[in-house]
Design a protein around this ligand. Structure first.
Ligand code: FES
Length: 355
């Protein structure tokens, strides 16, 4: 291989060092969903697994807002990647993206991250379940299966409000025609503006799943969607005999419930935690996380996973020290630069936080 080709091949995006992206395409998918495609301005290629996500920092007004978005494009097309975002009523970031992010704009992002990766099951029998915009990581998986001509047995059930809300509807029909082992079920709750919708309208239930996927217990189930959808899917999967080890879900964007706050008894040591920009000071017990107490007190810190994984709550620690047990949501050089994750940090002293 000549040296020029070698240099090009080794020019991969480094998740530890790279964070600059340029938007190169915006595509309107449905009335309220758009796809945004990014490249590295340095021409680097992306190595990621279908099911992973990037954590973006967007300059919204005077603030920087961080959000995680799953990649909807497949890893088989490494020159760029795409995220697909639904405009949420009142949503600060989704509205900013839809209104402001155009081709040519640059943004910062970290990743790829996430563990919602398809285990290569011996039987390659999968059930993909998605609700609403939870379709994005599944789309990456289906596109990868199509690109690699992988021989799999996939049932994909996607639920949405109405047929007009189904993202990638035409492409899904093409994929179902092209991927031999793919069975596709689109399940709207209502017909909406499409009274001629020929299929069922319903929410997922054990009865429906038992009919649609009678061999569900033999499949690896991968689920992504809003929290109530995933809660329903989890209990249906358990009731139909799917072993817990074969049920995977993407939870970073799904309103993860935080563990209840441990009670602060008189014997528990507490510290004063000051949020400098909001001019608020709260008490946080030595056994409590900064984020959980901040939320309870109404102090604003953006958050998502509440588990030290996504990096959304990253904040600057102006003074004091914490005991932080994170799950990969922060880099060592960021910790060295004075950042920390309030969702997985307990105070070891009084703190001042730049929030
Ligand atoms: S909320 Fe995800 S790392 Fe803190």
């Amino acid at each position: 291989m000549d040296t020029e080709v070698q240099a090009a091949v080794s020019c991969w995006w480094d998740p530890e060092l790279d964070d600059q992206l340029r938007c190169v395409a915006v595509h309107q998918e449905t009335h309220d969903v758009r796809s945004f495609t990014f490249v590295s301005p340095a021409g680097k290629q992306f190595r990621f697994g279908s099911g992973q996500y990037f954590l973006f920092d967007f300059p919204v007004g005077d603030a920087v807002e961080s959000r995680c978005y799953s990649i909807s494009s497949p890893p088989t097309r490494p020159g760029s990647f795409t995220v697909t975002v639904k405009r949420v009523a009142g949503g600060v970031v989704s509205n900013w993206l839809h209104d402001n992010l155009t081709p040519g704009a640059t943004v910062r992002a970290q990743g790829p991250r996430g563990t919602f990766l398809r285990p290569v099951a011996e039987t390659r029998k999968y059930l993909f379940l998605s609700g609403g915009s939870g379709i994005t990581p599944v789309m990456s998986m289906l596109r990868e299966i199509a690109d690699t001509a992988e021989v799999s047995d996939v049932v994909f059930l996607h639920a949405g409000r109405t047929p007009q809300d189904f993202v990638f509807r035409e492409e899904l029909a093409l994929l179902a025609a092209r991927i031999k082992g793919l069975r596709l079920f689109l399940l709207p709750e209502a017909r909406g503006a499409e009274p001629s919708w020929p299929g069922l309208t319903a929410r997922i239930s054990a009865e429906l799943m038992a009919l649609a996927v009678p061999d569900m217990a033999e499949r690896v189930v991968m689920c992504c969607g809003p929290a109530p959808f995933m809660a329903a899917a989890r209990s249906i999967a358990a009731s139909l005999g799917v072993p817990p080890g074969r049920y995977l879900e993407e939870s970073f964007d799904a309103a993860v419930l935080e563990a209840p706050l441990p009670e602060v008894t008189p014997a528990t040591r507490t510290f004063k935690v000051q949020f400098a920009k909001q001019n608020r000071t709260i008490e946080v017990g030595a056994e409590q996380t900064v984020l959980s107490c901040a939320k309870k007190a109404g102090v604003r810190i953006p958050s998502s996973c509440a588990n030290g994984i996504c990096g959304t709550c990253k904040s600057r620690l102006v003074s004091g020290s914490v005991d932080m047990t994170h799950g990969g949501g922060i880099r060592q050089r960021e910790i060295d630069a004075g950042l920390f994750l309030p969702c997985c940090s307990r105070p070891l002293s009084d703190l001042v936080i730049e929030r």
